[in-house]
Design a protein around this ligand. Structure first.
Ligand SMILES: [Zn+2]
Length: 1048
C-alpha cells in the first residue's frame, strides 16, 4: 500500500539560484529496517545491524555533515543513517556524499541507511514557517522513535545532535530514545576510543574557526570547472597531475596520455614557485596555462642538500622546458598527512582559547598546514595525522585539522606508523566479524578435511613426494614442489602445488574485502602486516610438513630428455608435504654434505638413508629441470639484475646488531624458476580461456633514454652496453666484467635495474597482445599464481583458473566473472598498493640503517667509515654506493662557502676554497693544493653519519674522508668470481663486525623472536626476492620522481 503526498524541496541550482521543486512523494508502510532484531518481517537484504549491541545510534543531519569522519571509524557500531541526512549531504557536498555511499556499501562498517522519508509512520511533512534545520531534526528524531517502536523496545536508540535546543526539547519525550550531543555520546559510550575524542575536538575547533580568515588575496582565484573543461578541449589549458619535486621549488605536470600534439609537452610542464602552483597540492589533478616562451625555465640538476636552500643559479639549470601556471583544480587528491608540531618559540598566534599552528608535513612536497588546536604545547615535537579542509585564495597556507596523534618524533613506533600512513597503508587488526568467518583449528577442535572436498579433489598424498623449500623458520608456506619419473624414465613429471586460499576466502566475504583493500602483505624491516588472518596464512593455507592440505596444482608431463612439455594438468588437489626444507639445508643435500633432516631424525639408519637418497634425487632432478628452464629463458633474453637488499639483524630489544646483505644460493634460483614456470603456464591458461578478462602481469621495456647513464658509465670503463633488446642487454652486461673489481659489473647491473620500468598487473582486455610481454623474464605471458597467502593478485588468478577449469568441464559461466573494466580497476588498485608496499619497505630499511648509525660516533667508531664506489657524476658532487651496508647516496665536493674537497698527499681530504669541473666520467676540484680527480667506479673512503631533521625522516650523510679505497684490517681477497663471492665477502665482513659488536657487548649472539620473525618477513620466500631483484629491485626514489614527472 502506498500513500501519495507532495513534498516541497528548496534546492539551490548550480548557478546559486534558489529553486522550489514540488515532488510527488509516496509513502509506504513497509520500509526495511535492516536490523536482525526485526519482528515485523522486513525484507532486509544485505547488511543488517547486529542484535547484540547496547544501542543503535541515529546521527542528526548536522552531525553527518560535520562529523562524518567520526562516524567512519570502524569501531563505531549500529549506526543508522537517515535518508534525510544523506540527502542533505548529497545536496551540499559531493565528495563527502561519495564517501558516505561507500561507507554504507562496505560490509565491514556496521551501518545502514533507513529510508525514513518513505516510511509512512516516520515521515513528517514540513510545517508552515518551520526552519529547514528544525524540520530535518524533527524527521531524524521521528526516525529514531520509529526504530524504537519497530523493534518493540528491544533496542535503545540514541540520537546524536549538535543542536542544544533539540537535546533540551526531545530528550525527555520518549523512554528508550535518548537525544544527546556528540561529545556526551562519545564520553558515555566510547570512553576509551581516544581517536574519536581527538577527532571531535579537532573538528569542532575547525568549525569554530571557520568564520573569518584574512581578506587580502594571496592567490589568483581558480577558474570554474566549466571554463577549465572548455579550455582543455580547445587546447588552451593542459590537464595533468601535479608532481612536486621534493628538493626544489619545482613541480611538474605529468600530462595525461600524451594526447597533446605538441611534442614539447611529452616531458611534462614545469611549474615554478608557489604563486604559479596556485594552491595545488602534490597529486591534485589540475589545469595549467603555458607561460610565454620567454618565461620558460630549465629544471635544476644539481645535488641539493636539504630542502630549504635555493641553489637556483643559472649554471645548474637544464635547457628551458615548457613552463606554466595552475589556473584551476579539476580534482583534489588530498589524503591524510603526517605533520610535526614545531617546538614552541612564542610565535603561536593566540585566538580565543585555541592556537593556530603552522605544522610541517613529513612529506616535503606538501605545504605547511595551518591547524587550530588547544593542544599546541603538549603536541610539540609530536607527529600528528592531519587532514586538509580548505585552501582559500586569501590564505598562504591550507587549513586543516588533526585526526590522531602518532607519538613523539624520532621514536621507532612513531616513525614506523608515519611510514605506513604516508604510504596510505591501513592495516588495523582483523575485526571480530572477519575472524568469525575463519575456520577453527585448535587442539580441542582440530580442523579436518571435508569429505565432499576429498571426493572432488585429486589426491596426491600417496602418489607424490611433495616438499617445500623456504627460508629458515618460514611459517607461511604457499608453495611446494614435486618431481617424479614416469613411464620407466621416459617421462618426467614436475609439480607445483600452491596453497588453496580461495577455498577458504570466498569472494565478497569480509576476509576477501579486507584482503582486497590491503592487496598485499606488507613487509617492513622489523615486522610484517599480513594480508590474511594468521589462522589461514600461518596454518590452514600454509603447506606445512606432515599435514593434509588443500592445494591448487599444476602438473607438467615433460619428455625426460628434451624436457619438452607433453601435457599440462591444472586442478584442485590434496597434498601432504613430506619435508619442509630450508634453503641452506637443500643446498647442503645437493652438495652431498652431511645434513640433518629433521623429518628423518627418528628413523633407523637404513630407512633414513633410503629416504635421504630419494629426497636428494628429487632435488637433483629439480635442479636439472630448473637449469634447463632457466637456459631457455636466457635464450629469450632474461635479465639478471642486481638489487642491493640488506636486512637488519635485531637483538631482543630490537636493537640492530648488524646489517647483513641477502645471500643467494643456486637452490634459490631452482625454486624461483619453477614458480616462474607455474606463473607462466597459468597465465597462458587463463589468457586463452578469457582473452579479454584475465589478470596478467607485464613488464614494459625500459625507455631508452633512461639507459643513458648506464651506457655512458660503462663506456668510461671501456665496455659497450647494447640496450637494443633485453637479450643484447643481458649479453653485454655479462661481458662487462672488470677482473680487478667485480663491483663494476654489479654497479652496472644496478644502474640497469634503476632504468627499468615497473612490472604491472593489467586486464588482458585493456592491452593488445604484443603488450603482454614480460621484458625482465623474457616471457610472452606472465601472471602471479604462486603466493596467494600474501598477494591479492594471486587470489584473483586462482579464481580465474578455477573458472577456466570449470569451463573445461562444462560447469560454470563466464558471465559471473569480473568484466575487463572491473578487472583493470582492480589491477590499478593492486599496482598502487604494491608501490606503497615497496616504498614503505625501503623507507623502513633506511630508518633502521639510520638507527644503526645513530648510536655511533662517526668521528671515533670504525663502523662509520666504509669503502664506497662512485657510480654517477653530478656537477657539484657524485653518487656513491657503499657495498658493506647497501647504502647509496650523494657525496658533495663543493659546499655553500665555495669550498671544494681536495686530497692531500696521503689521500686524506680537506675543504679549501677552489673550483670544480665536471666531465663525462670524472669530476675535478682545483685549489691551492692542486687538482684532485674523482673517477667513475673508483673506490673512495666515506664517513657515514645520520642527518636528523625534526620534521622529516632521518637520512644518512656520506662524507668523503679519503680519495683512496678504505682499507680494512684484513687485506681484501681479490674476488673475481662475480656476485656470489662478493656477497659472501661482504657477508663475512658484516658477520665479523657483528661478532665484534657481540664480543664488545660481552654476550653471545642470540636469535630473538623478532629476528626470527624478521628473518622470515624480510624474505618470505626466495621467489619474492628474485622477483624483487629481477623486476624492480632497486626502487630508487629519484627514479620514481623522474618517472612520475616525465611519463603519464
Ligand atoms: Zn523491520
Amino acid at each position: 500500500m502506498m500513500i501519495k503526498t507532495e513534498k516541497v524541496l528548496h534546492l539551490k541550482s548550480c548557478r546559486g539560484k534558489k529553486v522550489r521543486v514540488v515532488r510527488e512523494h509516496y509513502l509506504r508502510e513497509r520500509v526495511p529496517c535492516y536490523s536482525s532484531l526485526c519482528q515485523a518481517g522486513c525484507e532486509n537484504g544485505g547488511k543488517v545491524l547486529p542484535a547484540e549491541l547496547t544501542h543503535y545510534v541515529v546521527p542528526d543531519v548536522g552531525v553527518v555533515v560535520d562529523y562524518q569522519e567520526i562516524l567512519e571509524l570502524r569501531e563505531l557500531q549500529g549506526i543508522i543513517f537517515t535518508q534525510t541526512a544523506c540527502q542533505a549531504v548529497q545536496h551540499s557536498r559531493r565528495r563527502q556524499y561519495n564517501r558516505l555511499r561507500n561507507l554504507l556499501k562496505d560490509p565491514r562498517h556496521d551501518c545502514v541507511l533507513f529510508a525514513n522519508e518513505f516510511q509512512e509512520y516516520s515521515y513528517c511533512p514540513r510545517e508552515k514557517g518551520e526552519k529547514q534545520e528544525k524540520w530535518h531534526t524533527r524527521c531524524v528524531y521521528s526516525a529514531a522513535v520509529w526504530y524504537h517502536n519497530h523493534l518493540a523496545g528491544m533496542m535503545d536508540i540514541v540520537m546524536i545532535t549538535e543542536d542544544q535546543d533539540a537535546v533540551a526539547h526531545y530528550s525527555c519525550l520518549n523512554s528508550g530514545v535518548y537525544v544527546i550531543s556528540v561529545q556526551d555520546y562519545l564520553r558515555d559510550f566510547w570512553t576509551v576510543l581516544t581517536v574519536a575524542h581527538e577527532l571531535y575536538s579537532s573538528i569542532s575547533q575547525v568549525l569554530q574557526q571557520k568564520e573569518s580568515s584574512g581578506s587580502q588575496r594571496e592567490f589568483t582565484e581558480h577558474l570554474p570547472t566549466e571554463v577549465l573543461e572548455a579550455g582543455i578541449k580547445s587546447g588552451r589549458y593542459i590537464k595533468g597531475t601535479l608532481n612536486v619535486n621534493k628538493h626544489h621549488k619545482e613541480a611538474y605536470i605529468a600530462t595525461d596520455g600524451l594526447s597533446n600534439k605538441n611534442t614539447d609537452l611529452n616531458w611534462g610542464v614545469l611549474v615554478y614557485g608557489g604563486k604559479n602552483r596556485n594552491r595545488a597540492v602534490h597529486g591534485d589533478t589540475v589545469a595549467v596555462e603555458l607561460l610565454p616562451k620567454s618565461e620558460w625555465r630549465g629544471k635544476l640538476t644539481a645535488l641539493v642538500e636539504g630542502q630549504e636552500e635555493d641553489q637556483s643559479g643559472k649554471e645548474n639549470e637544464s635547457r628551458p622546458m615548457p613552463t606554466g601556471r595552475v589556473v584551476g583544480i579539476l580534482q583534489r587528491n588530498w589524503r591524510d598527512y603526517v605533520v610535526t608540531f614545531p617546538p614552541s618559540d612564542g610565535t603561536y598566534s593566540q585566538s580565543r582559547n585555541s592556537q593556530r599552528i603552522l605544522a610541517v608535513p613529513w612529506d616535503r612536497r606538501i605545504p605547511k598546514i595551518r591547524i587550530s588546536t588547544q593542544q599546541a604545547d603538549s603536541l610539540q615535537d609530536h607527529r600528528v595525522v592531519v587532514r586538509i579542509d580548505s585552501w582559500e585564495s586569501t590564505s598562504l597556507y591550507p587549513n586543516g585539522h588533526s585526526v590522531r596523534v602518532l607519538g613523539r618524533a624520532g621514536e621507532l613506533e612513531t616513525e614506523v606508523q608515519t611510514i605506513l600512513l604516508e604510504n596510505c597503508i591501513h592495516v588495523p587488526p582483523f575485526s571480530d566479524a572477519q575472524l568469525r568467518e575463519m575456520p577453527i583449528n585448535s587442539p580441542e577442535n582440530p580442523w579436518k578435511m571435508d569429505p565432499a572436498q576429498v571426493a572432488k579433489r585429486r589426491d596426491l598424498r600417496e602418489s607424490h613426494l611433495v616438499f617445500s623449500i623456504d627460508p629458515l623458520g618460514c611459517e607461511d608456506v604457499d608453495d611446494t614442489l614435486s618431481v617424479r619419473s614416469l613411464d620407466g624414465g621416459k617421462l618426467l613429471e614436475l609439480g607445483v602445488h600452491i596453497a588453496d586460499v580461495t577455498h577458504f576466502v570466498k569472494e565478497g566475504s569480509l576476509t576477501d574485502l579486507e584482503a582486497h583493500s590491503r592487496a598485499t602483505t606488507y613487509y617492513l624491516a622489523d615486522r610484517r602486516y599480513d594480508m590474511l588472518p594468521a589462522v589461514l596464512s600461518a596454518d590452514l593455507c600454509s603447506l606445512l610438513g606432515g599435514v593434509d592440505r588443500y592445494a591448487m596444482s599444476v602438473l607438467w608431463e615433460l619428455d625426460a630428455h628434451s624436457l619438452a612439455v607433453n601435457k599440462v594438468w591444472y586442478g584442485r588437489t590434496i597434498i601432504r608435504s613430506s619435508y619442509q626444507l630450508h634453503y641452506e639445508l637443500a643446498q647442503a643435500l645437493l652438495h652431498g654434505e652431511q645434513a640433518e633432516v629433521q623429518e628423518l631424525s627418528n628413523l633407523r639408519s637404513e630407512e633414513k638413508d633410503a629416504k635421504l637418497h630419494e629426497l636428494t634425487q628429487a632435488l637433483e632432478m629439480l635442479t636439472h629441470v630448473a637449469r634447463h628452464l632457466r637456459a631457455q629463458r636466457d635464450k629469450g633474453g632474461a635479465l639478471e639484475l642486481e638489487g642491493v637488499e640488506v636486512r637488519a639483524q635485531l637483538d631482543e630489544e630490537k636493537n640492530i646488531t648488524a646489517l647483513v646483505p641477502r645471500q643467494p644460493l643456486e637452490v634459490h634460483e631452482t625454486v624461483a624458476e619453477c614458480m616462474i614456470y607455474a606463473n607462466h603456464w597459468v597465465a597462458r591458461k587463463i589468457q586463452e580461456t578469457f582473452p579479454h578478462q584475465a589478470l596478467l602481469r607485464r613488464h614494459p621495456p625500459p625507455r631508452r633514454e633512461f639507459f643513458t647513464q648506464l651506457v655512458e658509465s660503462a663506456e668510461a670503463r671501456g665496455f659497450t652496453i647494447d640496450v637494443r633488446t633485453n637479450k643484447t642487454l643481458a649479453e653485454s652486461l655479462d661481458k662487462a666484467v672488470d677482473p680487478q673489481d667485480p663491483l663494476v659489473n654489479r654497479m652496472l647491473r644496478m644502474m640497469a635495474t634503476v632504468a627499468m620500468s615497473q612490472a604491472l598487473y593489467f586486464s588482458t582486455g585493456q592491452e593488445s597482445q604484443d603488450q603482454y610481454y614480460h621484458y625482465g623474464l623474457a616471457l610472452d605471458r606472465y601472471t602471479h599464481f604462486t603466493s596467494p597467502i600474501r598477494r591479492y593478485a594471486d587470489i584473483v588468478v586462482h579464481r580465474l583458473l578455477t573458472a577456466a577449469i570449470d569451463l573445461d568441464q562444462g560447469l560454470g559461466n563466464v558471465k559471473a566473472l569480473a568484466s575487463n573494466k572491473e578487472l583493470e580497476e582492480l589491477a590499478q588498485h593492486i599496482n598502487n598498493k604494491n608501490r606503497a608496499a615497496q616504498q614503505a619497505q625501503k623507507l623502513s630499511t633506511t630508518l633502521f640503517q639510520c638507527l644503526y648509525f645513530k648510536e655511533r660516533d662517526p668521528q671515533t667508531d670504525q663502523h662509520c667509515v666504509a669503502d664506497a664506489v662512485i657510480y654517477s657524476i653530478r656537477n657539484n658532487g657524485m653518487l656513491v654506493f657503499v657495498p658493506e651496508y647497501g647504502v647509496k647516496g650523494p657525496v658533495y665536493l663543493k659546499n655553500r662557502d665555495d669550498q671544494v674537497v681536495c686530497a692531500r698527499e696521503d689521500g686524506s681530504c680537506e675543504w679549501l676554497s677552489g673550483s670544480i669541473q665536471q666531465y663525462a666520467d670524472h669530476i675535478t676540484t682545483t685549489s691551492s693544493r692542486g687538482t684532485s680527480t674523482f673517477r667513475l667506479f673508483h673506490h673512495i673512503t666515506v664517513r657515514i653519519s645520520v642527518h636528523s631533521p625534526l620534521f622529516h625522516s632521518d637520512s644518512l650523510n656520506l662524507e668523503i674522508i679519503n680519495i683512496r679505497p678504505h682499507l680494512t684490517a684484513e687485506p681484501r681477497q681479490p674476488c673475481s668470481q662475480g656476485r656470489s663471492q662478493l656477497v659472501q665477502e661482504v657477508m663475512r665482513l658484516a658477520e665479523e663486525a657483528h661478532k665484534q659488536a657481540q664480543e664488545k657487548a660481552g654476550r653471545q649472539p642470540k636469535q630473538s623472536k623478532e629476528e626470527k620473525q624478521f628473518g622470515q618477513s624480510k624474505t618470505p620466500n626466495l621467489y619474492s626476492l628474485m622477483e624483487e631483484v629481477r623486476e624492480l629491485a632497486l626502487l630508487d626514489l629519484e627514479t620514481v620522481t623522474r618517472v612520475c614527472a616525465t611519463t603519464a
